[in-house]
Design a protein around this ligand. Sequence first.
Ligand code: TXA
Ligand code: MG
Length: 312
Amino acid sequence: MKPSPENIYDAAQRLKREELVVFPTETVYGLGGIASSDAAVKAIYAAKGRPAYNPLIVHVQSQEEAAALGAFPEEIKQATEAFWPGPLTVVVPLKNGAPLSPLATAGLKTVALRFSKNPVLLELLRQTGGPLVAPSANRSGSLTATSAAHAQKYFPNLMVLDGGETEIGLESTVITHQKGLLHILRPGAISKEALEEKVDIPVVFSSKEKKVTSPGQTDRHYAPSIRMRMDAREPLKGEAFLGFGKHAPEHTTLNLSPSGALEEAAKNLFSFLHTLDNPHRYSGIAVAPIPNTGLGASINDRLRRACQSSPS
Ligand code: TXA
Ligand code: MG
C-alpha cells in the first residue's frame, strides 16, 4: 500500500484498535503496534515467533517523549543530540509509571528507545499519539526486510505501508552507558567511529565476556534458508557468490558494491541475500571478505550471525 494520506490514516486507525501494521523506517521495515497495549505487544511476539525474553524497541516522536519514558545519562544525551532523529537506539533505565506494556520491555528495568526520522512513521506516531513498539518486520531468525515485498512475504495478512527500499538497509545501532563506557549492544547503521566523534567517553563493542549484552543477541539471526559462508575468495560448485569491490572473481553472482563503498554494501546486503536465498538455484551463498571498519563492522556482525545460524 502506498503511504498516501488515506492509507496512513487507515493504518493509524488500525494501530489505535491495537492491530499491527508494517511500516518503513530509514533502517529497515518495522512490525508496529501501540506500545501501551498488552494485546498489540503479544500479537507482535506471536507474529514474529519471537521469544518473550527479547524486548522490543519503543519508537518515539520527540526527545521530550523519550525523556518521559527513560532516564538519560549525560553520555547518552550526547549521542542522541548528535544522531536523533536517526538510526540510533538507546537502552536507558525505564522511568516509573511509563505508559508501556511490561511485555514490551520483557519485564526489564531498562527500555530501548528510538526516534526515527522516517516521515511515514512520524506521521503514524502523531496520529496515534504513540509511542509505538516495532521490531524488525521479519520472522524471528530470518533475513531482515528492507522492502515492503520482503515484509509482505513474512506477514501476508497485515497492512504494509510501502515506503520503497529503505535508505540504510541495516538495523539501528543499539547502545547503552555503563561504568564510563558507551557499549554498542548491536552494531548497526551508525558506526563505532561515528559515535566516537560525538561522545566524550570510550566506545566499545559489547561482548558476552564483558557481560553487557542484549537479551536477543545470542539467538538464531538473519539467516537465509540455504547454507552461508563468509570471507570466501570464490564460489564452490553450486554456490552463489556475493562479491564486494573491484576485484570480484569471475563467477560473482551479485556485487554488494563494485566500487567498494561500505554504505552501498549495507544498503544492498539484505536485499541481495533475499534474492540469492533460492534453494532451487543455489546450494549455498559464499560472501567475499568485507573490510571490518566503519559500517563494515556492522555488515560483518550480520554475516557472522547468519553463517552461525546456517543450516548445516
Ligand atoms: O532499525 C531498527 O532498530 C529496527 C527498526 C524497525 O526500528 N528495529 C529492530 O528491532 O531492529 P529488533 O526488535 O529486531 O531489535 C531490537 C534489539 C534486539 O537485539 C533487542 O534484544 C535489543 O534491541 N533490546 C531491546 N530492548 C533492550 C533492552 N532493554 N536491553 C538490551 N537490549 C535491548
Ligand atoms: Mg530484528
